[in-house]
Ligand binder design. Sequence first.
Ligand code: 8ID
Ligand code: ZN
Ligand code: ZN
Length: 350
Amino acid sequence: MSIEIPKTQKGCIFYENHGEIFYKDIPVPKPKANEILINVKYSGVCHTDLHAWHGDWPLDVKLPLVGGHEGAGVVVAKGENVTNFEIGDYAGIKWLNGSCMGCEFCQQGAEPNCPDADLSGYTHDGSFQQYATADAVQAAKIPKDADLAAIAPILCAGVTVYKALKTADLRPGQWVAVSGAGGGLGSLAVQYATAMGLRVLGIDGGEDKGKLVKTLGAEVFVDFTKEKDIVKAVQKATNGGPHGVINVSVSEAAISQSCDYVRALGKVVLVGLPAGAVCKSPVFQQVVKSVEIKGSYVGNRQDTAEAVDFFVRGKVHCPFKVVGLSELPRVFKLMSEGKILGRYVLDTSK
Ligand code: 8ID
Ligand code: ZN
Ligand code: ZN
């Protein structure tokens, strides 16, 4: 089977950090021997895409750059060495586009920690275009009957929070606090945690987010815009503090707070990446409470398969709104104002 592939396509591209984002005709990339070419139908917009555009992190982006790393679509071409995908299969673009597969980290299945990791929408043009390339080894497998718009947010947000919850290593019945619970990662974290049998306390701002977070499975919602003493409120609601915290807010203060309200022997998982942030934990408290603070970075191929399986079985579903690819700048604006419930998903045909 061969599918006709155009020479040019629509994509969102920027030439400098914080520079104008152009929605325009750009060339369709050609897959290398190890790559597949995916006709991206839908792409989620992750806060990481906004960090990349702003140049928030001590890691250079490729310029010019086509962002995006939650792309779901159809395989339309493949390089000569690709054996695990056929033309017509559904496939997903993840943050980890490819890695060396030879270093000590890749060897133990920690491919995201590979020093030579190639990152979609960061060092490799991503899913904010109609056709994107991905290393076939790392591209996500998507089942044939999946809803491509609904599954897109699973490819980064879902995988990341699922892996973060595994990193927290909690038992069913224990409390987990999700800080940033109403956003893209947070709304999925609440659902994965609930599906794993955990008791969830969500923290975010505003009544709409509170309502959403409770609908998704949280027993308690703490509104950071209204609550004066968040540490006290969280500890009271969880009878002494949550056993684990998943930090997906884009707030340095919220991250440090979580080191305060976590229960003794608890685990604080760092996921959100506010620009220049430092995690402050009072050493005395951390020692006496024997708190663990752990970083968690997306997930590997197995985490991806497991996170997708929760979606396929109907256990998690990111609340999302579909808009055209050309509307990316508006989505970034809403995101920077903290106004997005769940995710915005871009339809690449508009
Ligand atoms: O592998 C990783 N570690 C990884 C993977 C994917 C994304 C890390 N991230 C990072 C992103 O780069 C970003 O820094 O996770 C962060 C969250 O991504 P997102 O979920 O895509 O962002 P969002 O949809 O904007 O949600 C953030 C939520 O945080 C809330 C906001 O209201 C929003 O709902 N929030 C903020 I900003 N300040 C808060 C506070 N003080 C807060 N919630 C609670 N307390
Ligand atoms: Zn992401
Ligand atoms: Zn490697």
